[in-house]
Design a protein around this ligand. Structure first.
Ligand code: UGA
Length: 442
């Protein structure tokens, strides 16, 4: 059987793992998902996706109904079941350091290896510092039962939250970091339906595959910070960064994607990945090559501070006691993820400065409440804007874009809006009598 369609296991059922397991089952594979979190496994097994991702709940139901997708907390079952094992656990930033925390990846390999009983391919998908796969190959061989033929490959994942299903089913490319033809053949079998769509494959060594991922995220982060650096210059001279970005975007060598100026990037990936990359580069003696990533990070952090300053400026110099409506808590629209969310960060800072901050987000409210219980929350954009001295848009949900300035004018105390994401039509708001302000625009 292994020669034909492999049985897949997915270790770690967080954002990446749950999406991968569900999509692979929908594409026709038999899939077993495993996690140490019993509650998460129980929720998934009962058909509930434990995070917000458009389209995924429907696919989970479909996959469970097909009988091809199951979940477990037993690594023994995983070892018995799988031919190809995908490691999808998180690699968060280590507290107090820029380095990535590899303990979950190590625990996954350590838990799986002793249960491998026949020839198997273990595939790392997690984002890791370059050199990790080489080291883990040794660990895998040491811990697997003597005589078991196991190999490690690396297959970085590029999915975006909010587009996870599409990015998994129809990725731009697949990167197969392998040490043998057999591993490549196994990966091709494990992605056959995706490859049949004509998806390009790049075969690399293990180190290159690890690097592709951090290089891609670093490039995206750099592009965002580049335009935000231009916003700083625009602010100093009274120029307009929105027009500047629109003009650059028309050069198709540059392109408009990830060139949107504003509050900058957050989330569970870009910020921690650029820090971990800079840290790893320093460790291996090539820190200088990517030292610019420290500046990319600094520019990004300055946007948050500058947003607070702009609100203060609009309020005449002081936030204390002023009612501030905050639109958005998630790190980006179409997500309930608040990890390193610029919106929540800015809201907390303004609260710390004495502002009476009231936050609304269409889906991230529960997560925000847990992470920042000191803030006040409201159930709608209008609800939090009642009697506001200023409205501050920090995550560009379409709900906020669709608000009519005339309607909002009826509930606020002062018609002032700070658009942290360049999401609104400045002329329309000004035309309706609002003081409209945005970073990088005069
Ligand atoms: C990012 C990458 O885009 C994925 O390819 C990658 O797989 C993922 O990280 C990961 O490493 O797992 P994601 O974090 O879901 O995906 O979000 P993005 O859509 O990349 O947005 C990141 C941040 O950049 C958001 O806070 C967004 O608001 C901000 N951003 C994006 C801007 O400020 N300006 C832009 O022009 C684009």
């Amino acid at each position: 059987r292994t020669a034909e369609v492999p049985r897949l296991t997915v270790i770690g059922t967080g954002y990446l793992g749950a999406t991968h397991a569900i999509c692979m089952a929908v594409l026709g594979f038999e899939v077993l998902g495993v996690d140490v979190d019993r509650e998460r496994i129980a929720r998934l097994a009962s058909g509930e996706v434990p995070f917000f991702e458009p389209g995924l709940p429907e696919l989970l139901t479909k996959a469970l109904d097909s009988g091809r997708l199951r979940f477990t907390t037993s690594y023994e079952e995983v070892g018995e079941f799988g031919d190809v094992h995908f490691v999808c656990v998180g690699t968060p930033q280590l507290p107090g350091s820029d380095a990535a925390d590899l303990s979950y990846v190590e625990a996954a390999i350590g838990s799986l290896a002793p249960h491998l009983r026949r020839r198997a391919l273990v595939v790392g998908k997690s984002t890791v510092p370059v050199g990790t796969a080489q080291r883990l190959t040794g660990v895998l061989h040491d811990l697997a039962p003597a005589g078991t033929d196991v190999e490690l490959a690396w297959n970085p994942e590029f999915l975006r939250e909010g587009f996870a299903v599409d990015d998994t089913m129809r990725p731009d490319r697949l990167v197969f970091g392998v040490a043998s033809d057999w591993a490549e053949e196994r990966l091709r079998a494990a992605f056959k339906p995706v490859l049949d769509l004509g998806t390009p494959v790049v075969r690399t060594d293990l180190a290159t595959a690890e690097l592709v991922k951090v290089a891609a995220n670093s490039f995206l982060a750099t592009k965002i910070s580049y335009i935000n650096a231009m916003a700083e210059v625009c602010e100093a001279v009274g120029a307009d960064v929105k027009d500047l970005a629109d003009s650059l975007a028309l050069d198709d060598r540059i392109g408009g994607k990830f060139l949107k100026p504003g509050l900058g990037f957050g989330g569970g990936c870009l910020p921690k990945d650029i820090r971990a990359f800079a840290h790893r580069a320093e460790e291996i003696g090539v820190g200088q090559a990517v030292s610019f990533l420290r500046q990319v990070d600094d520019i990004n952090r300055r946007r948050r501070a500058r947003t607070v300053d702009l609100v203060r400026e609009v309020l005449g110099g002081d936030l204390a006691g002023r009612r501030i409506a905050v639109w958005g808590a998630a790190f980006k629209p179409n997500s309930d993820d608040i990890r390193d969310a610029p919106a929540l960060d800015v809201a907390r800072t303004m609260h710390g400065l004495g502002g009476d901050v009231r936050v609304h987000d269409p889906v991230a409210l529960d997560n925000a409440r847990r992470a920042a219980p000191e803030l006040t929350y409201g159930d709608s954009a209008f609800d939090v804007a009642r009697d506001a001295d200023v409205v501050v848009l920090l995550t560009e949900w379409s709900d906020f874009r669709e608000v009519r300035p005339e309607a909002l004018a009826e509930v606020v105390k002062h018609k002032r809006i700070v658009d942290g994401r360049h999401a609104l039509d400045a002329a329309q708001w000004r035309g309706a009598g609002w003081e409209y302000r945005a970073l990088g625009r005069s």
